[in-house]
Design a protein around this ligand. Structure first.
Ligand SMILES: *[C@@H]1O[C@H](CO)[C@@H](O)[C@H](O)[C@H]1NC(C)=O
Ligand SMILES: *[C@@H]1O[C@H](CO)[C@@H](O)[C@H](O)[C@H]1NC(C)=O
Ligand SMILES: *[C@@H]1O[C@H](CO)[C@@H](O)[C@H](O)[C@H]1NC(C)=O
Ligand SMILES: *[C@@H]1O[C@H](CO)[C@@H](O)[C@H](O)[C@H]1NC(C)=O
Length: 192
């Protein structure tokens, strides 16, 4: 049994669909997810990560923990957002992963106080040939890692990243609340 660090409660219905948001209390990083209203994986996952500007990178683990689970690491580089799919088989800085693709949405922003990575991940809901997956309904865990250590080469998605020194763990959510009609999911993931 996994211990729940924190449970998610906030259901936000945004203008462009439903997302579930959770804020990590030490770093102040907010994670939001939205999925389409489908029966089961594979499906694309909308993910928004809003981080205070002094957080150099923040990551999400769709399987709930760092190892053997699709990871996305995001950071700001100037006014751009860089998102890097990663995979870890050991507790080392994870390597670039080609089993998923991440599309950075135009709603991503960087300002004086925060960076915001709005991303659609393709391939993040199902891995090991479908033997491991994110459920389309009910309870699940997502993992997180946050750092304020400098990034070696922030222009490059394959750069080495440091330790998640600010925090790591997981949160629980009932993903039923993050389901969107096909029309709403399209709006969420293809904003004007
Ligand atoms: C993807 O990664 C796997 C495992 O590391 C590797 O065998 C494969 O060649 C890579 N594929 C591409 C297109 O880079
Ligand atoms: C900076 O970006 C954050 C995250 O998107 C947002 O909440 C905040 O309102 C923005 N600040 C300004 C001054 O626009
Ligand atoms: C998840 O939320 C849905 C809709 O609110 C609810 O019907 C369902 O019972 C919840 N599942 C769990 C495991 O709490
Ligand atoms: C980085 O995070 C650590 C752990 O939360 C904190 O002790 C330290 O003050 C932070 N450093 C900076 C430069 O913000």
């Amino acid at each position: 049994m996994r211990l729940s660090v924190s449970t998610v409660a906030l259901l936000a219905t945004a203008a462009n669909g439903s997302v579930l948001s959770w804020t990590e209390s030490v770093s102040g990083v907010q994670y939001s997810v939205g999925i389409p209203e489908v029966a089961a994986a594979p499906f694309d996952i909308y993910t928004s990560i809003v981080a205070p500007i002094d957080m150099t990178w923040a990551a999400i683990a769709y399987g709930g923990c760092m190892l053997r689970s699709p990871l996305l690491v995001a950071w700001a580089h100037g006014t751009n957002i860089i998102v890097s799919p990663r995979w870890a088989t050991a507790y080392h800085p994870p390597a670039l992963y080609n089993g998923t693709t991440a599309k950075v949405l135009k709603t991503s922003t960087v300002n004086a106080t925060h960076w915001k990575a709005d991303v659609v991940c393709c391939g993040c809901s199902s891995w090991f040939g479908g033997a491991a997956f994110v459920p389309a309904m009910g309870d699940t865990f997502f993992g997180y890692g946050v750092s304020n250590l400098s990034i070696a080469n922030p222009a490059s998605p394959s750069t080495n990243i440091g330790f998640h020194n600010v925090g790591k763990g997981h949160w629980e959510l009932n993903i039923t609340g993050a389901r969107n009609s096909a029309r709403d999911f399209t709006k969420l993931t293809k904003p004007m």
